[in-house]
Write a protein that binds this ligand. Structure first.
Ligand code: AP5
Ligand code: MG
Length: 217
């Protein structure tokens, strides 16, 4: 059973590695960021509330975020494992997750932390382009689309994510340091944390993750 959390600062490569993990291990990808962005596109109450926080680079309030994860984890497809990307992001979320998973008897089996440096994050984020229609993600330097500016999957026009503008990105990085970084220690103490060098190539990072998961950690 793989009940995984993937962690790391904004731009560390969580989404990129999540795509490879779910393809390889057949477990659902639960990305709170993707869920909020989809809700924002659909203009639901949740989406509109979340969008205001996201555009500023701030975290969406804990109770809202915990609510959507609780609902998602109760779906049948999570019974055989799941991958959490971008959740938990605060100690309150981590504690709520622990309680919830204890209740359904599906404890976390592995926490993967992608370690990177700040300079690299800024380079990656400024060169990331996303498809607002299907959510696919590209990079002008490391993961280009076949046709410049056009999504390979749905032919949508690629854009810079709203919160990738430098002023929002700065706030996201600060939020990460203040609220999420303490979770590295938290999961280390729980004996669940494995660190991966996120500076390596996409393929090399994935290889390291596979090694960790093959040990059942
Ligand atoms: P979220 O969508 O989770 O964003 P994030 O954590 O800021 O992370 P990113 O998605 O920007 O980066 P990533 O690590 O996925 O990197 P990627 O693989 O794309 O959250 C957005 C917002 O939603 C938050 O700010 C908050 O408002 C809200 N939110 C979400 N969850 C929340 C929660 N739990 N609580 C409260 N609020 C929440 O890679 C980046 C780029 O680098 C790409 O272009 C990629 O192609 C490239 N790249 C990746 N890996 C490599 C590599 N190894 N080598 C070279 N290039 C690479
Ligand atoms: Mg992401």
């Amino acid at each position: 059973m793989l009940n995984i959390i993937i962690m790391g600062p904004p731009g560390a490569g969580k989404g990129t590695q999540s795509e490879l993990i779910i393809k390889n291990y057949g477990i659902p990808h639960i990305s709170t960021g993707d869920m909020f962005r989809e809700a924002a596109i659909n203009k639901t109450t949740l989406g509109l509330e979340a969008k205001a926080f996201m555009d500023r680079g701030e975290l969406v309030p804990d109770e809202v975020t915990i609510g959507i994860v609780r609902e998602r984890l109760s779906k049948d497809d999570c019974a055989k494992g799941f991958l959490l990307d971008g959740f938990p992001r605060t100690l309150v979320q981590a504690e709520a997750l622990k309680t919830l998973l204890n209740e359904i008897n599906r404890p976390i089996t592995s926490v993967i932390n992608l370690a990177v440096n700040e300079k690299l994050l800024i380079d990656r984020i400024s060169s990331r382009r996303v498809c607002p229609k299907c959510g696919a993600s590209y990079n002008l330097l490391t993961k280009t689309s076949k046709k410049e500016g056009i999504c390979d999957n749905c032919q949508g026009e690629l854009i810079l994510r709203d919160d990738d503008r430098p002023e929002s990105f700065k706030v996201r990085l600060e939020a990460y340091k203040a609220k999420t970084l303490p979770l590295v220690e938290y999961y280390k103490k729980e004996g669940l944390l494995s660190e991966v060098d996120g500076l390596a190539s996409i393929e090399e990072v994935f290889k390291s993750i596979q090694e960790i998961l093959s040990k059942g950690k």
